[in-house]
Design a protein around this ligand. Sequence first.
Ligand SMILES: Cc1ncc(COP(=O)(O)O)c(C=O)c1O
Length: 358
Amino acid sequence: MPSYQRPNIQAMAGYTWGEQPDDRRTIKLNTNENPYPPSPAVDEAIAAITGTDLRRYPQPTADPLRVEIAKTHGIEQNQIVITNGGDEALRLAITTFVEPTATIAVTEPSYSLYPVLADIHGSQMLRIKLGESWEFPENFAQRANEAGAQLTCIVNPHAPSGTLVDTETLSTLADALDGVLLVDEAYVDFVDPELDYDCTSLINKHDNVLVLRSFSKGYGLAGMRLGYLFGTETLIDPIITKTRDSYNIDHISQAVGLAAFTDQAYAQNTWTAVREQRNLVRNALLQLGLESPPSQTNFILATVTIESPANAEALYEALKNAGILVRYFPTMKDKLRITIGTPQENEQLIATLTKLLT
Ligand SMILES: Cc1ncc(COP(=O)(O)O)c(C=O)c1O
């Protein structure tokens, strides 16, 4: 039987998503969702939507949301495109800026969706290994340029390590790269404000920088699929006018996204709570012998070097049996990625780990 698939689709493996149990009892620390629900303004926005609102197509470019985001970032509305999650933003960046068969550069490790999207597009992947402390190798830009990378995706703060590079490093990289630099800031809301990290200025300084944001983590809306890209108008305009689906953001998502984004105070309180818990969880992990780099995200990457109860995979299984889901990646055999939960969830995690490891 013919498969009818394009050869690259036939040959590729799809994305492996994290387990999504439908019971409410599992402590779910495996897909980096916000442990807190979205702002109560979201409930009000949902309650205000009627079937009649859905009769017509939505506002084509999600303008009320773009206006609000522009105001908050101090940029222009035409420097923003709203997308169905950060994932659609990545797909659009590839569709718009990468010739099929050309190269996309990423760090190794990084977000496991990048190679999947490259496979779909038919592009080559250049994976540049990060150093021992998750730092870029010195010749990063040179290697990307030599491979003809038309797009380079950098996750900052980095997933899965949680570490952060500063904006000067990104600015130097943007200068040195021949292609577009996409800074994937899916986790940026959890960065310590004292670090003064802010990529917004980069988009006015560099005509090849795109910044990705997600509503999934910071705004507690992973179930909604909402994100955005910002950059110079020359990068954003072809996405708005040519490559995205017409009406890509439905009416409900626009209304809910606007409600969540406008209530910055609520969202920021959840970020502060996550930061506080992140420190407590990391200290507890270190005391248990689970090394982990300081994280600027809502997760921690723990290295399991101890032999009880064997290795990272065994520990993942033991936690799962105890009703706690964390993420184990077969590509990182000695590591577990653990999302920061509510104080109660974190307490239970630490108590269970203590039982398993001591
Ligand atoms: C590094 C990174 N980028 C982008 C995304 C996409 O996020 P979403 O599509 O949920 O907005 C994720 C989601 O886990 C991620 O980890």
